[in-house]
Ligand binder design. Structure first.
Ligand code: SF4
Length: 1011
């Protein structure tokens, strides 16, 4: 409640404090008071309010009620009497009376008081005459809402005392003239109207005097569109950044039209909107004079404090721990910047300290150690060392954070929190750093330093409160302490330092000081955000009525206004503030975001109606036109867009001003960069759509020396033979083949709790290999399945499990055990059902047999070069009836394997080629054994034709046949890559192992996009 005095610098509060004689009591609020309130709660208990009484939120609500009661002159016995009148429904009020009684007793003993209680004390001084401490004979004041009974009573007493001592008192009250908007003024206006005429005293309602004052005054009475105005602009933006840009563009236009910088302001309904407006102002080069307070929780220091408090209680989540280990505010724990802890934790499968923990070791210990061992086994020493360093840092962090006792008195928990942060270097971290040279970085550091100071002051005030209460606070566990601290932090904010130079104000709506403005911008003004709802009070409507019944007056009114205008006090005050600000400003821009709220706020809605002002929707234009760009960053974006986007790829209409301006811009580096980037995107889209051959940014590798290197890495020679997997990658998407085969990129590792499809497939393969080898060793491949030893499958699973765990993550031990059990079932079913032997008359003769690197598809036709292969045959079955080769398939995609033969699937054709090269006994059979369905899918002769022509490598046969041919398909597939062409032309991204990191993926050019 800010009140400016006119005469001799008096404000209403200063006048009050001058009138009240020194009491020797200290005024107290916030954390310092909450210690006393918590002691009262401890003594009286939670009663019907339950365990939430220990939370800072409840203590904040209790403080608010104490203030309200002080302003209404309501004592604890009055509450008790009102509770009695309510009967059984008065249980909450009765308990509140006991809490208030105990709390006020403690405050008296601790010699503290609420500032609010001074209004009543000042009023009673005035009833005894004009105090000598206030000498002026003429006093002029401005009074603005809220007007609780204590303030109204004080003004009434002031008026009587001034008049009786022949002084002059003028109380000016800014109004809008609309009953609904002015509802918050009603308590004061009614009190003065109802009182006697007092000579020398005048209450002066002051109407605003801006171009919007009449529309605001006649909000309820004017016909729609009857009061048109140029002074109001209304916008709907797609998001906060675009909204801020549009607001600052409006400010820029106002400044161009002669508005004075220090008479321009933005009023914020939601504090979070400040960042975007500030950024847009900075881009536009508009200086800011006053800034809103920054909530502590949005600063890094605020977040460090809160995460630290909850780390142990929440089982040390990986995200929180990783974030903390990167903070400059924790220098004793900070990891070197090159090590990304979160990525490493993901690879190691660490979610938090609990999931995967074993015995007394946390999951960090167990899984990071396992990851380091696996990495060493695979020769990745750097990964192993990084995991070791991360484990060391995580252990140090957890040992400090776990110093907060599992359970204890609040004072002890807070001290352990403070001390742990101290050991991590939090309180002095920024003092050790050199001064930043970049002004923006310096500002950010100053903000963090201020946030650290806010925490420090909070600890000091809280301790002082407990000391005054002679209490160590309530007892609670770690989780409750973390919640308590988060609740408390909601009320803490950093006050930005004042700036001496002129600039626009960026302030919360309640901090606008009422001076007339040349420009007012109000972003985020929608029905969901405005008017702002007050936090719920501990006093309900019925309880307020009961109190009024006992006292015979409205001591704690929850609502103000009358008729349709009646509304909760906080909302009425908000409406008055906005209405008054709108009515006083020479130019107003209100805006809201499409994503929030749904509709304009009620006051704005009526104002738009009476002025007939339409809302300008910016949703279809996410980048402002050049003429509307508030600063260079947006202007560059628009120019870059105009300069680079092909007509058929753009989503909005061209900007003729920007197109014309491009001629003037000349050869700017940023513009050339934009053009080049856009050209790259167009090239990729068109190449992917097959509209043009690959270029340098869409898979064409240029220089001759590069091509030679690529050829060597691509393989196909006896020294570097190809595999069927490489052919599949190249066939699915040449860019995938380039990434996997030439660049050697591996899919990102993610230490999941469960084996993924690839891991499950690999493990089943390994288990089947073990099983078949064992059958071969024991000479049991022709034995009746019913007579086979019981331990065959379990032994195969155990051996394969040990092997698999050596080089691959196996996830959570229980899920790993389940995966092994499932694999055991699959193998048992295969074995006992006889489906393990799908070729009639043939039996397994070898498993995991290697072939190559001399398996050759010779060059036979012009332009071809010999291609060499190597690989491993999953299984070879032999018998009098010939030779069979089997490929185990575990993924869903393999159900379509037959249709993909020589398209993306080359495995069985190469197996057949290998059988022929090895001189195996014909005829050959081949097929897939699905490990999902246990079904056998034979390689279909309808698709391959006779094997003689299918596997033919000589020019004559290949030229003369139209039937499918392996050599022709492989040579055709390799033709482009061998020229260094690897276009992004995916057949399917869904199964690509690079899908999660490939940023090109399946984007498509619009139909017919050839521009
Ligand atoms: S994700 Fe798609 S576009 Fe990217 S490499 Fe894989 S298949 Fe090609």
């Amino acid at each position: 409640m800010e009140r400016l005095g006119i005469d001799e610098g008096w404000t209403l509060e200063r006048l009050r404090d001058a009138i009240v004689p020194p009491s020797g009591l200290r005024t107290c609020s916030g954390p310092a008071l909450h210690g006393l309130l918590a002691a009262a709660v401890d003594a009286v208990g939670g009663g019907p309010f339950g365990p939430q009484v220990r939370s800072p939120l409840f203590l904040g609500a209790l403080e608010a009620v104490l203030e309200e009661l002080a302003l209404g002159g309501v004592s604890a016995p009055t509450l008790a009497e009102a509770a009695e009148r309510l009967g059984p429904a008065g249980a909450r009020l009765a308990h509140l009376a006991r809490l208030i009684d105990d709390a006020t007793g403690r405050m008296t003993r601790a010699r503290v008081e609420l500032a609010a209680s001074r209004w009543i004390a000042a009023s009673s001084v005035l009833t005894r005459g004009w105090p000598a401490s206030v000498p002026p004979r003429r006093i002029e004041l401005i009074a603005v809402p809220p007007f609780p009974p204590g303030v109204v009573g004080f003004l009434a007493a002031l008026a009587r005392a001034a008049s009786s001592t022949e002084r002059t008192l003028s109380v000016r009250v800014p109004i809008t003239g609309d009953t609904g908007v002015d509802a918050a003024l009603e308590p004061l206006l009614q009190a003065f109207e109802a009182g006697p005429d007092l000579p020398g005293v005048e209450l002066l309602p002051e109407l605003a005097d801006g171009p919007l004052s009449e529309p605001v005054r006649r909000l309820a009475s004017a016909a729609p569109g009857s009061l048109p105005t140029e002074a109001l602009e209304a916008l709907v933006a797609p998001g906060a950044r675009r909204e801020a840009a549009a607001q600052v563009d409006a400010l820029r236009r106002a400044l161009d039209a002669g508005a004075s910088l220090d008479r321009c302001a933005f009023a914020l309904v939601v504090p979070e909107d400040a960042a975007e407006v500030e950024r847009a102002l900075e881009d536009a080069g508009v200086p800011v004079a006053r800034r809103p307070p920054v909530p502590l929780a949005v600063t890094a220091a605020g977040r460090v404090g809160l995460l630290w408090a909850g780390l142990a209680a929440r089982g040390a989540p990986g995200e929180d721990l990783a974030w903390l280990l990167r903070q400059r505010l924790l220098p004793a724990l900070r990891l070197e910047p090159r090590l990304d802890p979160l990525a490493l934790l993901r690879r190691a499968g660490v979610r938090d300290g609990a999931l995967g923990s074993e015995g007394g070791s946390s999951a960090y210990q167990v899984r990071l150690t396992a990851f380091a061992n696996r990495s060493r086994e695979a020769g990745a020493a750097r990964d192993a060392d990084a995991a070791d360093r991360l484990l060391q840092a995580a252990t140090a962090l957890l040992s400090l954070a776990e110093r907060i006792p599992r359970r204890g008195r609040l004072a002890d928990l807070l001290e352990a929190w403070r001390a742990g942060l101290d050991a991590a270097g939090f309180w002095t971290a920024l003092e050790q750093e050199p001064l930043e040279t970049d002004p923006r970085a310096r500002r950010a550091t100053a903000r963090e330093a201020a946030a650290v100071e806010v925490w420090r002051a909070f600890v000091r005030d809280t301790r002082a409160g407990w000391k005054a209460a002679r209490s160590a606070g309530p007892e609670m566990d770690r989780a409750a302490f973390a919640r308590w601290l988060a609740d408390a932090a909601e009320r803490l904010a950093i006050e930005p330092p004042p700036t001496l130079s002129a600039g626009v104000d960026l302030l919360p709506l309640e901090s606008l000081d009422g001076r007339p403005l040349d420009f007012l911008g109000v972003p985020g003004l929608d029905a969901a955000s405005f008017p702002r709802r007050a936090p719920p009070s501990l006093l309900g409507d019925e309880e307020r009525q009961a109190i009024h019944g006992v006292l015979g007056r409205a001591a704690v009114p929850g609502l103000v206004g009358s008729g349709d205008a009646r509304s909760p006090l906080a909302e009425a005050v908000d409406r008055w503030r906005l209405g008054r600000a709108l009515a006083s400003a020479a130019r107003v821009v209100v805006s809201r975001r499409r994503s929030a709220g749904g509709a304009p706020a009620d006051v704005v809605q009526r104002l738009l109606a009476v002025t007939g002002t339409p809302e300008r929707d910016l949703s279809s234009r996410p980048i402002p036109l050049l003429a509307e760009a508030p600063g260079p960053a947006w202007a560059k974006l628009r120019l870059a867009l105009e300069a680079s986007v092909a007509p058929d790829l753009r989503t909005d209409a061209p900007d003729p001003v920007a197109a014309a301006a491009l001629d003037e811009v000349g050869p700017a580096v940023w513009l050339e960069d934009a053009r080049a980037l856009a050209g790259i995107e167009v090239e990729r889209l068109q190449t992917g759509a097959g509209l043009r051959p690959p270029g340098p940014h869409s898979g064409a590798l240029g220089a001759a020396e590069v091509l030679a290197g690529v050829d060597a890495r691509l393989g196909g020679s006896p020294e570097g033979p190809l595999s069927s997997t490489s052919l599949t990658a190249l066939a699915n998407c040449p860019f995938q083949g380039l990434s996997r085969k030439v660049l050697g990129l591996e899919p990102p590792e993610d230490g999941a709790e469960e084996l993924d499809a690839r891991g499950r497939g690999q493990f089943l393969h390994e288990a089947l290999e073990q099983l078949v080898k064992r059958l071969l060793e024991l000479g049991l491949t022709r034995a009746d399945p019913a007579t086979l030893p019981e331990d065959l499958v379990p032994t195969a699973i155990a051996t394969a499990g040990r092997e698999h765990a050596r080089y691959a993550p196996t996830g959570h031990p229980r899920l790993w055990a389940l995966a092994q059990a499932r694999a055991r079932n699959t193998l048992e079913r295969l074995l006992r059902s006889g489906k393990l032997y799908p070729f009639a008359g043939l039996r397994p003769a070898a498993a995991e047999e290697r072939f190559g690197p001399d398996l050759e598809l010779p060059a036979a036709l012009p332009g071809e070069r010999p291609v060499y292969f190597r690989g491993t045959l999953d299984r070879v079955d032999r018998g009098e009836a010939g030779t069979g080769v089997l490929d185990y398939k575990s993924s869903k995609r393999r159900d379509r394997a037959r249709a993909e033969v020589l398209v993306t699937d080359f495995q069985l054709p190469l197996y057949l080629l290998a059988l022929r090269a090895r001189g195996e006994r014909p005829p050959f059979q081949a097929g897939w054994l699905s490990l999902r369905t246990l079904e056998f899918l034979p390689l279909d002769p309808d698709r391959t034709g006779p094997l003689e022509s299918f596997l033919a490598t000589d020019a004559a046969t290949r030229s003369s046949t139209t039937a499918p041919n392996l050599a022709t398909a492989v040579h055709a597939l390799l033709a482009e890559p061998r020229q260094g062409l690897f276009p992004v032309r995916p057949r399917e991204c869904g199964f690509c192992p690079l899908g999660s990191v490939c940023r090109i993926s399946e984007r498509r050019a619009p139909q017919g996009a050839e521009g």
